[in-house]
Design a protein around this ligand. Sequence first.
Ligand SMILES: [Zn+2]
Length: 222
Amino acid sequence: MVKIERSFPAPESLAEEARKVNGRYDKQDVIEQLKEDFHNKCYICELKDLQDPNVEHLFPHKNGKYPERKFDWENLFWSCGHCNGIKNNSKYDEGILDCCKSDPEKSICFRLRNSDVAIAVSDPEDDILRRTASLITETFSLKNTGMRIYTSDERVKQLQKEMNLLYKQLEKIHNGSGSKVTMRMIRSMLSRESAFAAFKRCYVRDHAMEYPELQQYVELDT
Ligand SMILES: [Zn+2]
């Protein structure tokens, strides 16, 4: 999860649809603006170029029980179906960190150790951080259905693949064979737009002594 710059004004259809009995929050303008703002990446697991994007409500509208949440632009997020399904659990009803309002990297560390995702928070007493870490962990490890055995594993595999690509480039810097092209590639891999950016950025931050020249690419949001 990385900081997302949500664009304003809100898509026009939201206000119109909110006035209807059975209004929709997923008209074309909403989809296009969300897809662009979120770099077509699931805000929870950071899988990129989604084939099954969902419009996710940070605070659930409970089938219209909370209509004000249903059409609130700032409550709409871009996620994959896997994460949306996992988050649709009462334990997450009171909300998770809003990555459009604060930078998740300031309070959460995202690490991969072999095939285990380890999410650590700066304040374990903070309920929002605790729920956010739990949700992200579950999206890589929850295997309570046949499909989730596959989809959670798939996310770990994709994350491992992406981390290995980064390690390969970092190795070049380490042994002194890094060129301008290497630096450009690393810079792009560390951009918030890229897949699993939070994990890659955390790794580079964790290895600040080895890669001082890369710290400029993983700065936190001010
Ligand atoms: Zn996801």
